[in-house]
Design a protein around this ligand. Structure first.
Ligand code: SAH
Length: 462
């Protein structure tokens, strides 16, 4: 670590900046968030800076910097956008004991200004020692999205309530209380106005005091393919009573809306920087919340028993003797086949249907390609976007008819559902060209009913 992060006390202290152009303005916008006394020294000063001076936010000394100007300053910024002038003023400030930053000159700066996520009094500073500003921006954007804008106000109000929370035992119980406040009931209460926050804290505290001795449990719930109307009543009831909802990436916002207002919602599939939460971490999260006496709803897309890594979660839950239930859901294949007017099985066509995955944790998944290649076979292929060419190749290699119908259904049951009808031989590049961005399921051996009717008609006329 070449730079050590600290938070500097600047209330009432001097921060001096030399420069009056764009670079100066960019820094001043940040500095004006502090409670420091700001002084700008420059021969030419932009209108905005003048405006800020008129509003009493800073003081302007309208001349070039001279020795003595940085006396007693905690920080000094050289922002003249002129190397020679920056070097000159930096030398003065340095001699006068201020910590010096030269804008866009990492080498000669004694400190650097991080990327800041501001939820005052909660502040996140992100630095990459100048190595990867793009990364800093990406992290900042991710945090901006993840931290409710209300966090600062909530932190300020929460601070006044800390003593009341002493009633809860130290450690996890207290941490849980604050988590559900900051990420659950707090932001919701704030929608009604700041006055609603303290009553919400009181209600939440009562609930947590009562829950301290409660036995926790887990419902492993199928959320269906996305349309809230395809939830089971059992799933709805479970969501209605949830203390904590831990959901997959594919579960839609509309469904999460149905969770109890006070529930803590945790996205276990968050792909912040391209990676999702590890399965062991999800297992631990479920167990931890249940041991805390919470009713945990583990919400999975479709049916939890289909490609849902359900057994691993059950094993973790059972290892702690936590009671659990499995609440089935409508799997993507069922919803998708309904939307193309077909059946998964049909007399005289296929008396069996396979649910297969395109890839597993180790890569491409292998299947009984020879059996699948026989006429009339039907398979629903989950997670088959990236492996379409592999599957197509295997099936053709094992003698499948190239004109076997293939139907891809993206975003099943959602407003942006797309149905793409093709054949095995054209499956790729059709899928790549379709530029699928949502979850998609592929039916091998099934065409949409309309397309099939049309094809039959064409044959008759031929
Ligand atoms: N348990 C889920 C499947 C999880 S595996 C279920 O029963 O549906 C994830 C895969 O499911 C995705 O890659 C996609 O192939 C499929 N899938 C899930 N939801 C989908 C949807 N709404 N539309 C299309 N495919 C979906």
């Amino acid at each position: 670590m070449k730079h050590f992060p600290i938070f500097l006390a600047v209330e009432g202290r001097r921060i001096v900046l030399s420069g009056g152009g764009d670079a100066a303005m960019a820094k001043l916008r940040l500095l004006m968030k502090t409670e420091a006394q700001l002084t700008v020294i420059a021969t030419e000063v932009a209108d905005d800076i003048r405006k800020w001076a008129a509003q009493g936010k800073l003081r302007i000394i309208a001349r070039a910097m001279e020795p003595g100007d940085a006396l007693c300053a905690a920080l000094f910024y050289a922002a003249n956008e002129d190397d020679a002038e920056d070097a000159r003023v930096a030398a003065i400030a340095n001699a006068e004991g201020a910590l010096v930053n030269i804008v866009d000159n990492l080498e000669d700066s004694q400190f650097i200004t991080p990327a800041i996520v501001d939820r005052d009094p909660v502040t996140v500073a992100i630095g990459t020692e100048g190595a990867a500003p793009v990364l800093a921006r990406a992290i900042k954007a991710d945090l901006e999205e993840r931290l409710p804008t209300s966090l600062g106000v909530l932190a300020r109000i929460g601070k006044t309530f800390r003593h009341a929370v002493d009633i809860l035992p130290m450690g996890r119980k207290r941490r849980d209380f604050w988590t559900s406040f900051y990420f659950g009931s707090g932001p919701k209460a704030l929608e009604a106005g700041e006055h609603a926050v303290i009553p919400a804290l009181e209600t939440l505290l009562d609930a947590h005091v009562l829950a301290t001795d409660k036995q926790g449990s887990v419902d492993l719930v199928g959320a269906g393919p996305g349309d809230p109307e395809l939830l089971t009543l059992k799933a709805r009831n479970a969501l209605d009573k949830a203390d904590v909802v831990i959901h997959d990436r594919l579960v839609t916002g509309e469904i999460l809306e149905l969770a109890r207002r006070e529930a803590i919602i945790i996205d276990a599939g968050k792909e912040g920087f391209g990676r999702s939460m590890k399965q062991e971490d999800i297992d631990a999260l479920i167990v931890q919340h249940a041991l805390d006496g919470h009713h945990v709803v583990r919400l999975k897309a479709g049916d939890p028993t289909v490609f849902g890594r359900l057994d691993e979660e059950i094993e973790a839950i059972e290892a702690h003797d936590i009671p659990y239930r499995i609440i089935p859901g409508i799997t993507a294949a069922s919803a998708a086949v309904a939307n193309i007017g077909q059946s998964l099985t049909k007399r005289h066509r296929n008396s069996a249907v396979r649910l297969i995955t395109g890839h597993d944790t180790k890569g491409y998944a292998d299947h009984d390609w020879k059996a699948l290649a026989a006429a009339g076979e039907v398979a629903a292929i989950y997670m088959g976007k990236k492996t379409a060419r592999f599957i197509q190749g295997r099936l053709l290699m094992h003698g499948a008819n190239p004109s076997t119908p293939v139907t891809i259904i993206e975003n099943v049951s959602r407003a942006d559902q797309r149905i793409i009808a093709t054949t095995l031989v054209e499956m790729e590049p059709t899928m790549t060209q379709a530029n699928l961005t949502g979850p998609a399921i592929t039916f091998y051996g099934l065409a949409p009913r309309d397309a099939q009717a049309n094809a039959l008609k064409l044959k008759e006329f031929a």
